[in-house]
Design a protein around this ligand. Structure first.
Ligand code: PGA
Length: 251
């Protein structure tokens, strides 16, 4: 049985004081929630403030990116041990916005996933096709290269520690959601790929989240599909009520 997971990707939103306020509202409204795992991913500068609020609660903390080296002359970068010490248990890796605007590739995703695992952080590894790739009928092959190259060299026991997020780029922040059936076809394909690479026992335990315009009113349809185990939520994670609605709809 895979426990549902809802993760909020705050992107470049919320100063430290705003993060404290939102985290506080979520902690209060979600305090009795135990059917769903919950993670919030504020920007780096708000992690500490959010951590103080959610520490010891049922809300986990994640960062949105890391660099793969542990320390050194890498101006502007943040490492896995830095976010670990500040209280993170997880980190988003390979988000399409990083691939699109910041030169992230499958190779850098792979290095970052390994760095996260080394520090016992759960990598939330994002995969997904762009609109032109979808229109060219390349969804499965793009997702396949993201999975195979992004996870290359990982051992079975490491695969059990990751979460995959399928985020069709054309559905992110656009209000266009993949239909539950459409998303589930890709999720099932991802699980088949993982089965081929690591065996059924491992593949059946990996959580695969959907991301792209998830809202309180479309989460239950998505969750009713066989291979959708939760969601990575952007815009709707920025307000307590909509994020709470999604968490409740996933349980
Ligand atoms: P969205 O973003 O929910 O605003 O579409 C999802 C994401 O980018 O993780």
């Amino acid at each position: 049985m895979r426990k549902p997971l809802i993760a909020g990707n705050w992107k470049m939103n919320k100063t430290a004081s705003q993060a404290e306020e939102l985290a506080g509202a979520l902690k209060d409204k979600l305090k009795n929630e135990n059917k769903v795992d919950i993670i919030i991913c504020p920007p780096f500068t708000s992690l500490e403030a959010a951590c103080k609020v959610v520490k010891g609660s049922n809300i986990g903390l994640g960062a949105q990116n890391i660099y793969w080296e542990e320390e050194g002359a890498y101006t502007g970068e943040i490492s896995a041990p830095m976010i670990k010490e500040i209280g993170c248990q997880s980190v988003i890796i390979g988000h399409s916005e990083r691939r699109q605007f910041f030169g992230e590739t499958n190779e850098t995703v792979n290095r970052k996933v390994k760095a996260a695992l080394k520090f016992d952080l759960t990598p939330l590894v994002c995969v997904g096709e762009r609109l032109e790739e979808k229109e060219a009928g390349r969804t499965f092959s793009v997702v396949e290269s993201h999975i195979k190259e992004g996870l290359t060299g990982l051992k079975k026991e490491e695969i059990l520690k990751i979460v995959v997020a399928y985020e069709p780029v054309w559905a992110i922040g656009t209000g266009k959601t993949a239909t539950p059936q459409e998303a589930n076809e890709v999720h099932s394909h991802i699980r088949r790929l993982l089965t081929g690479l690591y065996g059924e026992e491992v593949a059946s335990r990996v959580r695969i989240l959907y991301g792209g315009s998830v809202k309180p009113d479309n989460i239950s349809g998505l969750m009713s599909e066989t291979d959708i185990d939760g969601a990575l939520v952007g815009g709707a994670s920025l307000q307590a009520d909509s994020f709470v609605g999604i968490v409740q709809g996933a349980g």
